[in-house]
Design a binder for this molecule. Structure first.
Ligand code: AMP
Length: 286
């Protein structure tokens, strides 16, 4: 696996690959890699000849400097995992490489996609995500971009931005990779106490039940039952919402959207655990 730290070296390598008509896939991450991340890299090899994974803890998407400083950076084990997987390239830039002083970043109106759910708890977060993804796409010009359904709102925001810019990059949504008991894999899970870890399984239990109920219940009933489950188990809720999977607006009936998604964030041991499930998807998209 090649490890490039500069834009120049990465671009030089990619230009030789593109001259040989190789298809380039890109997997952006912030490191502390787990099986969820690695599945994105594996999935990328289904479509691409060359897969670039980036590890970059993007300062512009963090509200508080302390969160940024605390973000885990186990770089040696990350490199090992990517090497074992046969990843082609790791892009590992410094902040100054991604954001040189004279860089102009486009500002895109996200039409409210960035204000509810995670956006309500992390103002400015999605502007930072869009900034870094567009910067990376501008550096690499990949054919495919792979992102996890795990961060549903992030995926929807980037999907909107790529459509808005009429980008030729093909965005691929990769399903959530879960632990055996159903907990969505996340680098935050290691911060849970043994008790908290047991409790965390309730989140996916609630979402799986909601999905099952869609066969026989109305959306309002599904929502009511999920909220009752949350109350019964005394889960500390940031939000539970059933939305149009594209506009991210709350909806009150299943037939109001092509994709209907239930999104939630629950706090356990002070750790914000995000999860979601697609309740219905009429057309197979992305
Ligand atoms: P992060 O390093 O947290 O920025 O995540 C990098 C990418 O991995 C994002 O596209 C995430 O949605 C994706 N990802 C994180 N956890 C999972 C998971 N459990 N299953 C699938 N994709 C994931």
């Amino acid at each position: 696996m090649y490890i490039f730290k500069t834009v120049h070296d990465l671009q030089h390598y990619l230009s030789t690959q593109k001259k040989q008509a190789k298809r380039i896939g890109f997997v952006p991450t912030m490191g502390a890699l787990h099986r969820g991340h690695l599945t994105l890299v594996e999935r990328a090899f289904d479509d691409c000849d060359v897969v670039v994974c980036s590890i970059f803890v993007n300062p512009t998407q963090f509200g508080e400097a302390s969160d940024l400083d605390k973000y885990p950076r186990p770089i040696e084990s990350d490199i090992q995992k990517l090497e074992q997987l046969g990843c082609s390239v790791l892009f590992l830039p410094e902040v100054s490489e991604v954001y040189p002083k004279d860089l102009l970043s486009p500002s895109i109106d996200l039409k409210g996609l960035d204000t509810n759910m995670e956006g309500a708890h992390r103002p400015g977060h999605f502007a930072g995500v869009v900034q870094v993804i567009l910067r990376f796409l501008d550096i690499m010009h990949p054919d495919f971009l792979y992102m996890g359904q795990k961060d549903y709102q992030q995926f929807a925001v980037i999907k909107y931005v790529l459509q808005f810019l009429q980008s030729s990059v093909q965005l691929v949504r990769v399903s959530i990779v879960r632990e055996e008991d159903g907990l969505a894999m996340s680098s935050r899970n290691i911060r849970l106490s043994p008790e908290g870890r047991k409790k965390a399984v309730l989140i996916s239990k609630m979402l799986f039940a909601a999905k099952e109920q869609t066969a026989s219940l109305s959306l309002e009933e599904v929502r009511t039952r999920a909220l009752a489950f949350i109350a019964q188990h005394q889960l500390e809720l940031d939000y539970f919402t059933i939305i149009d999977g594209d506009s991210l607006e709350n909806i009150d009936s299943f037939d109001k959207a092509t994709t209907v998604t239930a999104c939630t964030t629950v706090r356990i041991d002070g750790v914000r655990l995000l999860d979601n499930i697609i309740l219905r998807e009429s057309i197979q998209k992305l």
